[in-house]
Design a protein around this ligand. Structure first.
Ligand SMILES: Nc1nc2c(c(=O)[nH]1)N[C@H]1C(S)=C(S)[C@@H](COP(=O)(O)O)O[C@H]1N2
Ligand SMILES: [Mo]
Length: 202
């Protein structure tokens, strides 16, 4: 009986298995989604603050942030407008590093993340801890382009990409959830792409 060669060979992993429901692979493209005018921020003007319900409100300059232990993410990102992008590498600092310096208070449960432009987005604090969130200034080994949030943006790749605030300037810890820009306009407070939490009520 003839044996079909390759019959038992493992099929390459279907990219569909990496795509959350309702998403498509944007391939080599990287759409730009910006609600406000793109700001030009020189690195020496940029800083990141962690404040609100913390023991030690702390601000890091560009140089101070770069002196912290470097941390990277390689993987996929998912935008609520249905594009996903596979295998992007971002580098910067883990949000855990910033939080451990600032010392979240016992009553800190949520974060409102601010951009210097006024854009805001809210997250449960638990989505910013445990190696799941970064402040990044490099993508695929190059400085983060201005239109993608350079000199530095938040990166929370396990949630829809609107949570990844471009031109991030401040992480404010809160006891109660306080909605950000898109959340006030109907987007979900958490935004897990695997649960398809696109809109309020999903
Ligand atoms: N400051 C700021 N950050 C932002 C946005 C924005 O409009 N302003 N858009 C969000 C949305 S909806 C998405 S999908 C991603 C888009 O990032 P990109 O333009 O680098 O693809 O940034 C998020 N962060
Ligand atoms: Mo988005």
């Amino acid at each position: 009986m003839p044996v079909t060669r390759g019959f038992f060979r493992k099929r390459p992993e279907s990219p569909a298995g990496r795509l959350p429901p309702g998403q498509y692979d944007t391939g080599s493209g990287w759409p730009v989604l910006t609600a406000e005018a793109t700001p030009r921020i020189r690195p020496e003007q940029w800083s990141i603050a962690v404040d609100g319900l913390v023991e030690r409100p702390t601000t890091w300059s560009w140089d101070e942030a770069h002196a912290l232990p470097r941390s990277s993410y390689s993987g996929d990102i998912h935008c609520v407008t249905t594009w996903s992008k596979f295998d992007v590498t971002f580098s910067g600092v883990s949000v855990d590093e910033l939080l451990s310096a600032a010392g979240p208070g016992d009553d800190a449960r949520f974060a409102l993340v601010h951009s210097s432009t006024g854009y805001t987005t809210n997250l449960p604090l638990a989505d910013l801890t445990g190696g799941k969130a970064w402040v990044v200034w490099e993508v695929d080994g190059k400085p983060l382009p201005t239109q993608h949030g350079g000199p530095a943006r938040l990166l929370v790749p396990h949630l829809y990409f609107w949570k990844s605030a471009k031109w991030v300037s401040r992480i404010e810890l809160l006891a109660e959830d306080q909605q950000g820009f898109w959340e006030r306009n109907g987007y979900h407070d958490r935004g897990d792409p695997w649960l398809e939490q696109r809109y309020q009520g999903d």
